[in-house]
Design a protein around this ligand. Structure first.
Ligand code: SAM
Length: 263
């Protein structure tokens, strides 16, 4: 399996930000499993980073792809956010949105939904500006490296966020377990790891290209997080899934974990 797993080269060559966004983040085609999944993720993130939730100064989002939905709640709770992804095109797509380029993806429906959760649905433009001001840098990352942001080294962060990326980046359970330790190295002791992972899926489509996923169960995820030096504070296991024709997962797991201070 490892030999045929789509790795960094395939992501760099074939992962189209536009196809990914149009397939998984567009509200234009009406209600769908994909729009339900976005709403579900935003609700989870609102609970995690909303009133009474996790706060701090620095947050690093790892494997951001071309998306910004994942930091809409967090930008109210952290003052310095780093976005990061392996591919040049995904990082460029993020910069397009940050710069308000004409061709940038339109996140308006997602912004509106995130603001609705905060009880402020008319404030979506202010929210976009707040996020633009809070994202301080967009970096290259590779979760399979001991220092995932190399050559850049940031001070240890209060929170590391990674949604729907580890199962794409890790070709085996051993690689996933090692990558969690790599993410842990970005965090202060006592800092939080917030992650979501699609379960029991071996590949997903972006345009006409198929990308591999690590086929993993909830139990394997839990074990790996504990063994990587975290305590699990929240685990939400849902049957929520994408359209079977594009990403035939069997549910999804959202986890909030805390890096242990000692051994
Ligand atoms: C399914 S997308 C998820 C994007 C976004 N986080 C989201 O929630 O939609 C998977 C992302 O993992 C990134 N990726 C693949 N290999 C990686 C690696 N070794 N290190 C970091 N990111 C990687 C891809 O470039 C892609 O953006």
């Amino acid at each position: 399996m490892e030999g045929s797993f789509t790795g960094p080269d395939e992501y760099q060559k074939y992962f189209s930000p536009k196809d990914y966004l149009d397939t998984y983040y567009s509200f234009e085609h009406g209600p769908s499993p994909e729009t339900e999944m976005i709403k579900f993720s935003l609700q989870f993130l609102h609970k995690v980073f909303g009133p009474g939730g996790i706060r701090g100064e620095t947050l690093i989002d790892v494997g951001s792809g071309p998306t910004i939905y994942q930091v809409l709640a967090a930008c109210e709770a952290f003052s310095d956010i780093t976005l990061s992804d392996f591919t040049d095109r995904n990082r460029e797509e993020l910069q397009k949105w940050l710069r308000k380029d004409a061709g940038a993806f339109d996140w308006t429906p997602v912004l509106k939904f995130a603001c609705e959760l905060e009880g402020n649905s008319s404030h979506w433009q202010e929210k976009a500006e707040k996020l633009r001001a809070t994202v301080k840098r967009v970096l290259k990352c590779d979760v399979n490296l001991g220092k995932p942001l190399a050559p850049v080294e940031l001070p240890a962060a209060d929170c590391v966020l990674t949604l729907l990326a580890m199962e794409c980046a890790c070709c085996s359970l051993a690689a996933y377990r090692a990558a969690l330790c790599n993410l842990g190295s970005l965090l202060k002791p006592g800092g939080h790891l917030v992650t979501s992972i699609t379960l029991q899926i071996s590949s997903y489509m972006v345009g006409k290209h198929q990308f591999s996923c690590l086929y993993i169960t909830k139990e394997e995820v839990e074990r790996a997080i504990l063994d990587a030096g975290f305590d699990i504070e929240q685990l939400l296991h849902s049957e929520q899934s994408y359209s079977a024709t594009i990403a035939p997962n069997k549910g999804i797991c959202f986890i909030v974990a805390r890096k242990r201070s000692g051994p």
